[in-house]
Write a protein that binds this ligand. Sequence first.
Ligand code: SF4
Length: 504
Amino acid sequence: MIRHDYSRVDPKRRANIDHKKRQFANPEFKQQNYEHRLNYYILPPTAEITLEEFETWAINRLKVLSELEACSFRNRTPEETAEYMTSILNKYMPLRSNSSRSQSLQEERKKDHYSHFILRLAFSATEDLRRRFSRLETMLFRLRFKDDDLRERKEFISNLNLEWEEVGESEKREFATELAAASGIKKGDEQEWFKVDWERVPELVEQRKVLLKRGKAYVPQREQMSLVVAEFTKRLDEALELTARALPRLDEDDRLAPILAHLSQSFTSPDAAYSSSDASIDGLSAPTANSIDTLSKHFPLCMQNLHMTLRANSHLKHFGRLQYTLFLKGIGLSLDECINFWRRSFKLMTDEKFQKEYKYNIRHAYGDVGGDANRRGRGYTPYSCQKLLTEPLPGTGQSHGCPYRTFTQDNLVALLQRTGINDRDLLKTVREDVSKQRYHVACNRVFEHAHKREIKKVKDDGSWSATDLDTILHPNTYFKRSWLLKHLGEGNAGMANGGDKMEE
Ligand code: SF4
């Protein structure tokens, strides 16, 4: 049997795709000019970009799509979603209209264009990914379409050549009553109508907003957005199918394959890098072994569970210790204090056993010993939700991982109740979330419930923006945001994400 291992490329074939060899070839790449803010993404990108741009642009778009998905999981209305997404979009993917006369229009549009195509590659491999990607890209397109400059929107639409058939005067008169009944527009009111195959506007047909006749849907002009959006989705779905077929060839490029694999994993469970700013919190004095009990009420459930298990058993198994040590390091606990913390927590253990069997691992996690030269001094990075949500499930007696995923629903509810979460509606929704494997959505829901008064306050007084309150994807972000919110007005009402310097 022949083994197809696409990631290891035959050197002869590799020679054909070596990008360096292209330097003497005729130029094949060219910059595109983006006339419109909106894009149907018909033409693939044709200019060169660096690998770094390739990755960062895709990660930024992924952040936008993940936040959009979180909005739909949270049943936010279109208005709430638009409001929430404004600052997220401004931060990660600004896209201004021509009338803004911004100098960076072309750059913004290029990033939008390229990042769409990169994610298209990353998410076309399976039916499930394709469906999600298409749904979220459609949401994004609709959001942008709605707030587009009216004149520019009109120009964009007329450029699309969508081949809508205009309904003539005689036909309008013939079906006047039925058109009025189907659309709710008063008979006699001036209105343009378009005729299209009904399959092109499933949304309008489902909502009974159009008249159906002989396989055609009669669409009033005010529903034009649905037509444009439905066409966007249709074309994207077709393009995704084609991309899926071309994917095996792309696997030959070993520069892109790992990036694409990481992106599609991040789509399954959004990732967030640990931010060095999470360790320095204005107003919080350096944590010590003694302060962990008090601080633990701001910990996310994964860490509270470890803390409670540790207190109950005076012990934690290896992976739990590692997860918790890295988290504590991430909130700013020094190595000495961390060793102190574990020494006191393992109170049934002799000092000799602790020194011999446990201390080394703590120092190792902090980068004080072992590891390669790069890692030494830094140690390991605190785990993100993605890591905790995708690692193998804990075995008997182990308590690491994310309880939203590792606990049965009943045990999860009991654990939440132990931490003071008793709201029945909330617990019911949490059950629904976890049954659909939306673990981090459940966690964010619990966070927002536990901090609802404070969140309302910072929103109302405008001291925090939507990006400061975006979806939490890292246990250390959870802690920092919780602590800041519960200590508002103590000279630290700064933003939860302040200083966004990301570290590996
Ligand atoms: Fe911890 Fe993340 Fe799970 Fe929340 S979603 S409990 S922060 S791993």
